[in-house]
Ligand binder design. Structure first.
Ligand code: DGL
Length: 283
């Protein structure tokens, strides 16, 4: 009797576990004429803590509200392209209402990553307002843009919209971030049209403004609803990351730190404490 075993049918062997690919950190580029994009970056960090954020402030071209539209388009496109040549970003966020209302088509045509823009949050404001009287605080350029008229026609046709295009508030906020006081009496005078119009909802139509929301709320205590675009932009950014292959868990797996803030022109160290409070450092 043979002791040789009859050949066993081949059974598929479980393959040894393969090492998981290293987790990729979502890289997000946030662009603004100045520091306002940091208000959007803060919302993105809250919703997508795993993302690594690079904020570019075009301080050499600031403020965009005083620039011809073609200049805003050229500066936005060339500065974003410069950053994309240096690092593989997953999403670009144009965190500037003034640039978004003119530069998005040219930017989207020039880059091959998803681009998110920011426009005044007229739609959510119309959903919140009881009195149907809404205030819009923005730059003089944004309040004049045809894009805004279209937003109002589409989403707030039954509301009265009181617009204040403030020529200096962005510069005051840049100074405030460097430790100088906000000129609240002058700001209060500028906000008077909102009191006169009896608005119950106020749209912050410039990304700089949420940085001083507390002061604005103090000056307009009668306003019930304060609306900005930060959370909606962060949600859209998360959706685009998921569409490009990140799992929802990848976006919240850990908390990234050491976010970078780049400037197109010279910048003083007096901005560093403000950047540090928001988790950024000059790079
Ligand atoms: N943060 C920009 C915005 O949302 C400021 C515009 C400017 O530089 O005039 O519009």
């Amino acid at each position: 009797m043979s002791t040789a075993r009859s050949p066993q049918p081949l059974r598929p062997q479980p393959s040894p576990p393969r090492p998981l690919p290293p987790q990729r950190v979502p890289e997000i580029l946030v662009f603004d004429s100045g520091l306002g994009g940091l208000s959007i970056a803060a919302s993105i960090h809250r919703q997508i803590p795993a993302a690594r954020l690079t904020h570019v402030a075009d301080n050499a071209g600031f403020p965009y509200g005083n620039q011809p539209e073609a200049t805003v388009v050229d500066r936005t496109v060339s500065l974003v392209l410069e950053q994309l040549a240096r690092r593989a970003f997953d999403v670009v966020v144009v965190a500037c209402n003034t640039a978004s209302t003119v530069a998005l088509p040219a930017l989207r045509a020039a880059v091959d990553v998803p681009v998110v823009g920011v426009v005044p949050a007229i739609k959510p404001a119309a959903a919140l307002s009881d009195s149907r009287r809404i205030g819009l605080l923005a730059t003089p350029a944004t309040v004049k843009r045809p894009y805004l008229e279209q937003l109002i026609r589409d989403f707030a046709a039954d509301c009265a919209i009181e617009r204040v295009g403030h020529p200096q508030l962005v510069s005051w906020i840049e100074d405030w971030a460097r430790g100088r006081p906000l000129p609240e009496p002058a700001l209060s005078v500028a906000l008077q049209p909102f009191r006169d119009a009896g608005v119950d909802t106020l749209v912050l139509g410039c990304t700089h403004y949420p940085l001083v929301r507390e002061a604005l709320q103090r000056l307009l205590p009668e306003v019930a609803h304060w609306v900005d675009s930060g959370d909606a932009i962060a949600r859209r950014t998360g959706a685009l990351l998921e569409a490009s292959g990140f799992q929802p868990g990848d976006l919240v797996r850990h908390k990234s730190s050491g976010h970078r803030c780049l400037f197109s022109g010279p910048v003083m160290a007096d901005i560093d404490p403000f950047l540090a409070r928001l988790g950024f450092r000059q790079a």
